[in-house]
Design a protein around this ligand. Sequence first.
Ligand code: HAM
Length: 429
Amino acid sequence: MAKNIQAIRGMHDMLPDQIGLWQRLEDGTRQVLESYGYREIRTPLVEVTELFKRSIGEVTDIVEKEMYSFPDSSGDSLSLRPEGTASCVRAAIEHGLLDQPRRLWYRGPMYRHERPQKGRYRQFHQIGVEVFGLEGPDIDQEVLFLTARLWRTLGLAALRLEVNSLGDAEERAAYRAELVAYLEAHHCHLDEDSRRRLLTNPLRVLDSKNPELREVIAGAPILLDHLGEASRQHFAAFCAGLEAAGIPYEVNPRLVRGLDYYNRTVFEWITDDLGAQGTVCAGGRYDGLVAQLGGRPTPAVGFAMGLERLVALLEAAAASAPEASPALDAYLVAVGDAAQAAAPTLAERLRDLAPDLRLQCHCGGGSFKSQFKKADRSGARFALVLGEGELARGVLGVKPLRGEGEQRDLPFDELGPFLLAARPTPISG
Ligand code: HAM
């Protein structure tokens, strides 16, 4: 027998039983984003490799080790996108979107050849936001308010917010020199990875997860102490906004982010319920990137959230409060040749009359008993019964499948309103 072909390691199918939470997350996020005036943008999954090198940075884990890159038939190096910011900036420059402030959002799969583990995949999904043309701390606050509102909407209470400021390029350069001197003085305590980073991207040493480096990192100079007046004020105003809005946060001076384009405000929303991969949403300001990619200098800020991680949190919440309502309103069964022939068109008519109706029409024939079994298994709240008699009278038998109640006849055009009115009131949260 031929060997089964399986999905690539770190890339997952999402099966129908899992899709409900994804839709709840995606729909809930879209609604919140639209209510703040953000507009969707869609960009290709594949870009020239150069785009990611120039934006994320040549000496980052993503570009050095994790990109799915390949030459196309004309020899150009292309890559599956590892994130969405670079493509968004490219598209904004290419299509002249930077003539006025823009609030954009996107969603879709991203690709990083990381070591798969819980919460870390090779194909994963993000919803991201990028705002162009606004430089004040007010817009940094807005993106944080928006995420905080989203967590409330989704009923995700236990997320922590960590914030930091990376200053501007000059401030970072001065800090970098001091950090390098400090790390060189502690060279013998560094691991191999940190020694390499010391030469290429020393700020990333602060992000090391090696517990043996904890002490050295704790003693390292702090970037926040090196901010100039303008960066300090920006950060103070941003934090004051969070306080005024009642959003608890913690300043984490070691928060540096794994992509090179950031400056000033950076932040991460973190959960303690998912083990090591606890960051569910992360981002910050990147005022230099548009110019770096050839556009005219344009301030920018954004974030992306990891949908697999958020779905895992929603899943845990759903397990403790299972959804009470079945997905389908009704399942239409038909007995006899004439009724079976008429059922699909009748179902269409019912859908025309009540577009919100969730109705499944039995296909494939079979006895009344076997159709009824399928109606029951579908999770629908009602079975709609169509026989020759009902067809002649212009009615359907309506039989409750959950709980008590007798079967009764209803005329076709009263069915939609009846079924919709019989829906249980949704549980909020
Ligand atoms: P990032 O921190 O690389 O930032 O990714 C954002 C989020 O995507 C992470 O916090 C995590 O939830 C999720 N994520 C990242 N890698 C994986 C993975 N391998 N498996 C599962 N989830 C993952 C960015 O991508 C920036 N583009 C965010 C941004 C937008 N900054 C400004 N604008």
